[in-house]
Design a binder for this molecule. Structure first.
Ligand SMILES: Cc1cc2nc3c(=O)[nH]c(=O)nc-3n(C[C@H](O)[C@H](O)[C@H](O)COP(=O)(O)O)c2cc1C
Length: 418
């Protein structure tokens, strides 16, 4: 377990409180607002991007041709949790040979939904609907992982079977002014309720739900799954002490709080094999009020444990502490280095990376892969544009979570490629 010196604890405190004070989201579904900006330096073509185009073999044997990852991006284009054909076009536009794509957060259980029109992978109909989408991506030579998601307390009775309360680690609701409002669909908003704390059987059922969803994802044709243990959703609600107030063996000490995450990983690894399982963590995120008082200690422990217990996992995907939703904290003193040091497998970083900073992160060994969310969302041919130093399309936040074609499959490809 890592000792955090006093000066680091102070920095951490000021960084986190500044983020809360700024009233900005960190990651996960983000709010609408102004349009994004064009982002390529005038000397773009001169920057050495070769590090981003080195091959890499994943533990499962998949041969990747570049170090750019399309990270999970909720787009709310599935209809009542059933993936739609338009999603094949969307992902197909972004798939290229030897690239790693991770699909949007995909619900694992009937009570796991927390946003309108997000896909699931827990019914036969959902699995069948995923198949042609996954086939489109894999036929293009890309590797496709499915992000498995249970939103836990970040849900509302409108999404729950029989209108019951959502579940969590504890009866702690999302109460801050910043995060207390939830999307109910059709433009309606509500407030997150006090959730029900899962009992022991409930915890077992959720572990089983992740296991079955992983099996379903493989049946749908995905190469593997990414467990969504980040951004304040169910797994994170167990890990972080700002949410988890349990007094049984799933709460209290950091070892106890990490137990749920480790049980989910163990079940999914047993089901589909470690090389087909990745995990996403966000130790420093404040999104949905999920804050941990000792993020280095808690998450270094978790990463050490994962590395030692499941040595051949596909990858660890971590959200940068400086990533603050649509903005990037330039002077945040926190870093992912302690986690990189204890993780033995492939390491993906995410949050605010540009062409230049991504190439530098791979070149320096800080990361094996760099995820590009908003830039790839609005530039379906991002690897090609990076290679050529081409100008980028701006992204439009107003269409991130709408349900139609606009801002989804109509971002233009680079004209210079024609
Ligand atoms: C529209 C949108 C949807 C997102 N949905 C998810 C999601 O489903 N799962 C997740 O783990 N992160 C989600 N995120 C976070 C992104 O994966 C990524 O970490 C974030 O956009 C920061 O990376 P970037 O600066 O390259 O965009 C979402 C972000 C955006 C902008």
């Amino acid at each position: 377990m890592m000792h955090v010196p006093a000066h680091k604890r102070l920095s951490l405190q000021s960084c986190l409180s500044r983020r809360v004070a700024q009233n900005r989201p960190l990651s996960g579904p983000l709010r609408s607002g102004r349009k994004g900006v064009r982002a390529v330096a005038s000397n773009a073509a001169e920057v050495d991007v070769a590090p981003l185009f080195q091959p890499f073999k994943l533990p499962g044997g998949e041969e990747l041709q570049n170090r750019m990852v399309y990270p999970p991006l909720t787009r709310c284009r599935a209809l009542d949790t059933i993936p739609r054909p338009i999603m094949a076009e969307y992902y197909g536009q972004r798939a290229c040979p030897g690239s790693l794509l991770i699909c949007e957060a995909t619900v694992v259980d009937r009570d796991g939904q927390g946003y309108p029109h997000v896909p699931g992978v827990f019914t036969r109909e959902q699995v069948e609907a995923w198949k042609p989408i996954v086939k489109t991506v894999r036929d293009k030579g890309a590797v496709f992982f499915c992000q498995l998601w249970h939103s836990g307390r970040a849900s509302h009775p409108v999404y729950q079977p029989d209108g019951k309360l959502p579940v969590s680690s504890s009866e702690e609701k999302i109460a801050s002014e910043q995060w207390k409002n939830c999307y109910l669909g059709d433009g309606k908003m509500g407030e997150y309720p006090v959730p029900t704390a899962l009992n022991k059987q409930g915890i077992k059922d959720k572990v089983q739900a992740f296991r079955v969803a992983a099996r379903n994802a493989i049946e749908a044709g995905f190469n593997g799954v990414e467990l969504h243990a980040a951004n304040g959703y169910l797994i994170d609600q167990f890990t972080k002490d700002g949410v988890n107030k349990r007094t049984d063996e799933y709460g209290g000490s950091l070892e106890n709080r990490c137990k749920f995450a480790l049980e989910v990983v163990a079940a999914v690894v047993e089901e589909i094999g470690p090389e087909r399982v990745g995990i996403r963590l966000s130790p420093f995120a404040t999104f949905l009020d999920a804050i941990d008082s000792t993020p280095y200690a808690t998450f270094v422990y978790l990463v050490e444990k994962l590395s030692a217990t499941f040595p051949n996992m596909a990858y660890l995907h971590m959200v940068e502490p400086r990533a603050d939703g649509h903005d990037i904290l330039e002077d945040c003193p926190l870093s992912l280095t302690p986690f990189r040091k204890v993780w033995k497998g492939p390491f993906i970083v995410s949050g605010g990376y540009t062409r230049e900073s991504g190439a530098a992160a791979v070149e320096s060994g800080e990361a094996d892969f760099v995820a590009y969310g908003r830039l790839w969302l609005s530039n379906p041919d991002l690897p090609l544009r990076f290679k050529q130093g081409a100008e980028l399309n701006p992204y439009d936040r107003n269409t991130f979570y709408t349900h139609g074609k606009e801002g989804y499959i109509d971002y233009p490809f680079w004209e210079g490629a024609k």
